[in-house]
Design a protein around this ligand. Structure first.
Ligand code: FRU
Length: 497
């Protein structure tokens, strides 16, 4: 039996693992298992954690509830890869096994220096001894904890850095998800926070030795933007700082902020000497139904790579995979760059290795450049189940594209809309304004879709639950379309406990 709300030791996990052999078989047989996305072997997955690269190896940890697809007690699972197309499931590595983190080894990050990985995470505690705790301002502890590793597998002792009492007095019990970076001659940590007045913000700490941390500042918008900012990250690309986080409690504004919780980047001008700052443009990172808790890291090539959770908490739509014993996945790894002052995301180039052959290329619309013509429809069911479609428009006034039965992407009046029809399990439509649609790169996995618009200016990430192949392009447009069947990535299992 899986015990809830008690410490979980590695030995407990090993015992439960032995008891769940049939569960593993049932999950593995689910036709909705993804071909080229990381998923929990069984149970539940949420945030990517501790992303880093050391000695050529990428480490991708994640929030993991091994045996319950609805998510309960959290530990850290662990995948590794050298190339983003062949992975190793290393099995869980961080357990809520101490008085510091007994009710969840919550999200955290990694900072690499001189071959040592410095991990930081939140040890979640819930005090279950009273009925009147609201778990917002009372009844919860959030410890900031550190440990180190040289290889990503063997960890030092957990070291308590800060407790709830160490955060500013006007904070609620919700302070978590440390992300650490170096700037100038110091280290900085951002923590997601909710004040007692239910205002979302980020707390900024400074350290000279990664052990002793001093509170510097709080970063928030002039007007309240949600009650809690989860999973913050702060990084610089081409001299511009970006703060990314997941605000909760932001009201929908037209086609913006339609999901229950948000994922945003904010342009941030920050003076680390005086702590003066200004938040500029705020935009959704991803416009789809299933994107949250993104984290970035710089790899050994100097690329800033983002991975998100392909899921979201508290949504009113569902995932039928729960019936098979698993839920959620991670997004494809995406390289972040800055174009015209905006953050753009593109799939890492390694993913081209998943292409199975040169693809099928077709020209549609008029042959003359710049003259829109009613495209001859390209329809059929011969498209593979798992594929990448690249569309280069010479011009596009309108588009209607079917990616699978009932799953469509349409462009009318400069609004691009993803519609999941009757196959979204409660997911309906999500849209974005695109002034000039020039390029689409679409990854269709067994039960997910990721759309990159105009070389990453906008993205949509969603689970989809239509398994019926259907493909069609029509509308007032012209260009070329290439469809590449995709191979599954390889996954080696090293976690037989
Ligand atoms: C975001 C989040 C984090 C927390 C973790 C717990 O999805 O709520 O704030 O650390 O998940 O699993």
């Amino acid at each position: 039996m899986v015990r809830k709300y008690e410490k979980v030791l590695e030995q407990d996990y090993k015992t439960w693992y032995q008891e769940h052999a049939s569960c593993r078989e049932q999950v593995a047989a689910d036709p909705r298992r993804l071909a080229f996305h990381l998923m929990p072997r069984t149970g539940w997955m949420n945030d990517p954690n501790g992303l880093c690269q050391v000695d050529g190896v990428y480490h991708i940890y994640y929030q993991y509830t091994p045996f319950e697809p609805t998510g309960e007690l959290k530990l850290w699972g662990h995948y590794t890869t050298k190339d983003f197309v062949s992975y190793v499931d290393e099995g869980p590595v961080l357990f809520p096994d101490s008085d510091l983190d007994a009710h969840g080894a919550y999200s955290g990050s990694a900072y690499v220096e001189d071959g040592t990985i410095h991990f930081f995470y939140t040890g979640n505690l819930k005090y279950f001894d009273r009925d009147d705790y609201d778990y917002i301002n009372t009844g919860r502890g959030s410890n900031t904890i550190a440990f180190t590793s040289r290889n990503g597998h063997d960890f030092s002792e957990k070291q308590l850095l800060m407790t709830t009492a160490d955060y500013p007095a006007d904070m609620s019990c919700h302070v978590r998800d440390p992300k650490v970076f170096r700037h100038g001659d110091a280290y900085y940590m951002v923590l997601g926070a909710r004040s007692r007045e239910s205002r979302g913000m980020v707390l900024l700490y400074r350290s000279e030795d990664l052990k002793h941390w001093t509170y510097k500042n709080r970063i928030t918008t002039p007007e309240t933007f949600g009650y809690m900012w989860e999973c913050p990250d702060l990084f610089e690309i081409d001299g511009q700082w970006f703060l990314t986080c997941c605000p909760q409690g932001v009201a929908q504004q037209g086609i913006d902020f339609e999901n229950v919780h948000q994922n945003v980047w904010m342009k941030l001008d920050y003076d680390f000497e005086t702590d003066a700052y200004e938040i500029g443009e705020i935009r959704l990172i991803d416009r789809g139904f299933d994107f949250y808790a993104q984290q970035t890291f710089e790899d050994e090539k100097g690329r800033r790579i983002l991975i998100g959770w392909m899921g979201i908490p508290d949504a009113d739509y569902t995932n039928p995979t729960v019936e098979a014993g698993w839920q959620h996945a991670l997004t494809l790894p995406r390289e972040l760059t800055v174009r015209d002052g905006r953050l753009v995301q593109n799939p890492v180039e390694e993913l081209k290795k998943l292409r199975d052959g040169d693809g099928v290329r077709m020209v549609f619309g008029t042959e003359q450049a710049d003259v829109p013509g009613v495209a001859s429809e390209r329809c059929g069911a011969d498209v593979p189940l798992v594929y990448e479609a690249v569309v280069e428009f010479r011009c596009c006034d309108s588009l209607h594209m079917t990616l699978r039965r009932d799953i469509t992407l349409s462009y009318e009046n400069q609004i691009l809309t993803l519609n999941l029809g009757d196959h979204g399990c409660g997911r309906t439509t999500r849209s974005v304004q695109v002034d000039n649609l020039q390029y689409l790169q679409i990854f269709v996995d067994t039960s997910s879709v990721e759309v990159f618009v105009n070389h990453g200016e906008e993205t949509f990430t969603s689970r989809i639950y239509s398994m019926e192949r259907e493909f069609c392009v029509s509308g007032d447009n012209a260009g070329t379309l290439t469809v590449y069947p995709l191979k599954a990535f390889t996954l080696e299992d090293q976690c037989d406990a």
